[in-house]
Design a protein around this ligand. Structure first.
Ligand code: GEK
Length: 247
């Protein structure tokens, strides 16, 4: 991370806005992103750190690792530091130019040696091949629901046998009691991290049409439909979870 980015605090929704527009990953969001995601997503730092272990265990010689929706490259850097075979490469993709510019800079300042290509583009358009590890860390939730299975099928088709897809997502719950329980705790998490009621409610409105969460059961069923042979939820903090799907 650029030192300036590391210190920049997310105050995007701190002032009352006359009109809430849909959330986009623009320059302003990219500049506060590390602070925003750490204070908004419980378990984010833990997941990032643990992704390295998936790279260590699953990166196959001569294979490619993918970070789809890479933002500033936190997952890419975690994978890169733990890959064992010398002949792997990483492809990181994000559709936000502001994110990609910073991501390239972060990778240039990292000392690990696995080659990384950062592509500014849509993950629905990017070819996947010889993949041993694919990361979708809080990205699938931003695609229209009806396009999620197509993407997972493409990923599955481009993976090597024994490869792993790690899918982290915000969850929704099918019963009202669970939904309320998890939402309240997530709200408490955001308050404890210094977000005001105004910031929380304005951000919720901005994300409403953009981030559409599924249930854990919907994710498991979709991954099965895409062809994955084994699906293992491996992390959950309140309404945020991560699943590993093996080809
Ligand atoms: C991390 N994985 O730090 N194609 C490419 N990129 C996309 C698309 C798309 N169709 N839709 C959204 N994005 C990261 C965090 S953030 C999660 C991921 C969050 C990108 C978008 O530009 C943004 O950078 C990222 O997906 C989602 O581990 O903000 O909650």
């Amino acid at each position: 991370m650029k030192p300036t980015d590391k210190q920049q605090r997310d105050d995007i929704f701190a002032e009352p806005k006359e009109m809430i527009v849909d959330f986009t990953f623009d320059e302003r969001v990219a500049s506060v992103f590390p602070d925003m995601i750490r204070r908004s997503v419980p378990g984010y730092g833990e997941i990032i750190a643990l992704l390295g272990l998936f790279a260590e265990q699953y990166a196959q010689p001569g294979s490619t690792l993918y970070d789809l929706g890479c933002s500033l490259g936190a997952a890419t850097l975690s994978l890169r530091r733990r890959i064992q075979p010398a002949d792997c490469n990483i492809i990181a993709v994000d559709s936000s130019a502001a994110m990609v510019e910073r991501c390239r800079d972060n990778i240039a300042h990292d000392l690990a040696t696995t080659p990384v290509e950062v592509i500014c583009g849509d993950i629905r358009e990017v070819a996947i091949s010889k993949a041993s590890v694919v990361v979708l860390n809080f990205t699938l939730q931003f695609l229209p629901r009806e396009e999620r299975l197509t993407l997972l099928k493409k990923i599955h088709a481009g993976m090597l046998p024994g490869g792993v897809l790690i899918l982290s997502e915000k969850l929704q719950f099918s019963d009202a009691e669970s939904q309320h329980f998890q939402e309240q705790l997530h709200l408490a998490f955001k308050r404890a991290n210094g977000y005001s009621e105004l910031e929380i409610s304005q951000k919720r409105a901005a994300l409403e049409a953009v981030l559409v969460p599924d249930t854990l059961a919907q994710h498991s069923e979709r991954l099965q439909q895409a062809g994955f042979s084994h699906i293992e939820p491996w992390f959950q903090a309140f309404n945020f979870a991560s699943l590993a799907a093996i080809k």
